[in-house]
Design a protein around this ligand. Structure first.
Ligand SMILES: [Zn+2]
Length: 222
């Protein structure tokens, strides 16, 4: 069984790694965000409840989140395992999830903590620029991904723009939420023998190599 979860600060590459693992091992990548968006889009009972909670500006209840998750992982495509992206987000969710797995005689097989320091996360998000015409992505805070001319696309001379959600204020808020809610999961899981700390500060290839070494050989080296 390959039942995988991540603990990840913003910009550590959780979504990308989930996708790469999903392709290599042929197990589904379950993004909590897209499950929520789908429920809202389909006007399901839960979807209406989520929308209501969101409109009220409150956080979605952990029990609602777990209810949706149970529904999704009982699908046949999850028999050999699955990768959770965006769950658990806090200790309460982790606790409910553990109890639920326990009831079914199941467990989490791999807990990957993608370690990335705040300064690197900041640069990855705040430096990001996208070409308005060809959508090529640049980052002006790293030498090797900087455009040759400031604000201009190397490929098509299009204008490079920053997305609204890449602003400093939104970054600080996201990071703060991570510190308060998600980072405590490290203490919750770190003493289990299926907890692995992965260095996510280099490249996505290097991060992926560490993860596959653990899944294939059970250790971090080679
Ligand atoms: Zn371009």
């Amino acid at each position: 069984m390959k039942n995988i979860i991540f603990i990840s600060p913003p910009a550590a590459g959780k979504g990308t790694q989930s996708q790469m693992i999903s392709e290599k091992y042929n197990i589904p990548h379950i993004s909590m965000g897209s499950i929520l968006r789908n429920e809202i889009k389909n006007f399901s009972e839960i979807g209406k409840r989520i929308k209501e909670e969101m409109t009220l500006g409150s956080l979605i209840e952990d029990s609602t989140i777990v209810e949706l998750l149970i529904k999704r992982i009982s699908n046949k495509d999850c028999e050999k395992g699955y990768i959770l992206d965006g769950f658990p987000r806090n200790i309460n969710q982790a606790y409910i999830y553990d109890k639920l797995l326990d009831k079914d005689n199941k467990k989490i097989d791999y807990i990957f903590y993608l370690n990335l320091d705040k300064e690197e996360a900041y640069k990855r998000i705040i430096g990001r620029l996208t070409c308005n015409d060809c959508q090529t992505v640049y980052n002006d805070m790293f030498e090797n991904t900087k455009p040759k001319k400031i604000g201009i696309c190397d490929k098509c001379n299009g204008l490079l723009i920053k997305r609204k959600d890449d602003s400093v204020k939104i970054f600080e808020k996201r990071y703060q939420t991570y510190l308060e809610e998600t980072e405590p999961l490290i203490d919750y899981y770190r003493h289990q023998n299926n907890y692995y700390e992965i260095d996510s500060g280099l490249s996505k290839e290097y991060t992926f190599k560490q993860i596959t070494n653990i899944i294939d050989n059970g250790d971090l080296n080679d």
